[in-house]
Design a protein around this ligand. Structure first.
Ligand SMILES: [Zn+2]
Ligand SMILES: [Zn+2]
Length: 238
């Protein structure tokens, strides 16, 4: 009885979706042009990857390398809790629009395109590293994205970070304000899971790095070994 009721509805829905695609082709989420993909090829081609001339540690693009030393001036004086950080691109233009459409307009169909960017950066930078599992900043959009990425790079997604404090929007806050805003905002759910592990910690945008640094810190305190950071984009001047 249940099957008899459900099947025609499903067929009808599929038929409506096919009709919709024919009559209203998807529009590029960036430029609005009609086509067959969620982001058109032209818009994708405008996104430039950050090359390999970056700080070994934080992934900041360098203008030149001084006597073989690939560390930026910022990292020379810092000892972070993370082991490495790499971003796919700089947060501007097309990628900025894609991330905003995904995050704020909840166009989750973009997850495959974005996961593809992260997959590329992962394979270029981290494929020889022994990473045990992947995690992210708590939030629906990042968890959906990480599950998609997990299938591509075959690293399990754990979801072992818990948000324990209401965080006000980081936008418009300076480095110190951001740091205070997210201080003690997260908790490791199961410390046993993190103990002695190498963790790939994924987020969308690196602005000041305060959120990822805070989470790296709690993972380290939970006994994690190396924290590899991976973000889609990093702020232009970060
Ligand atoms: Zn386009
Ligand atoms: Zn650096």
């Amino acid at each position: 009885m249940i099957l008899i009721q459900k099947t025609p509805q499903k067929v009808n829905q599929n038929f409506i979706n096919i009709l919709k695609d024919i009559l209203i082709p998807p529009l590029c989420a960036v430029c609005g042009k009609a086509g067959s993909e969620l982001v058109c090829r032209q818009c994708i081609s405008k996104i430039n990857e950050i090359g390999d001339l970056v700080c070994d540690y934080c992934g900041r693009p360098l203008s030149r390398i001084d006597s073989g030393n690939k560390m930026c001036s910022f990292c020379k004086n810092e000892d972070f809790n993370f082991y490495r950080h790499r971003s796919f691109t700089v947060y501007e233009g097309e990628i900025k629009k894609i991330i905003r459409k995904y995050k704020y307009n909840k166009i989750y169909g973009l997850k495959e395109i974005i996961a593809g960017f992260l997959e590329r950066t992962y394979f270029i930078n981290y494929k020889h590293e022994e990473i045990d599992y992947m995690d992210t900043v708590p939030g629906e959009h990042m968890e959906i994205l990480c599950r998609s990425l997990s299938g591509l790079i075959k690293i399990p997604f754990a979801g072992n970070i818990l948000s324990i404090k209401k965080i006000i929007k980081q936008q418009g806050l300076d480095y110190t304000q951001r740091k205070n805003n997210i201080k003690e905002a997260f908790k490791v759910k199961n410390c046993v899971l993190s103990y002695g592990k190498n963790i790939l910690l994924v987020d969308d945008v690196w602005t000041t790095g305060s959120t990822l640094m805070e989470i790296s810190g709690i993972l380290k305190r939970a006994g994690a070994d190396k924290i590899y950071l991976l973000t889609i984009a990093r702020g232009k001047d970060s």
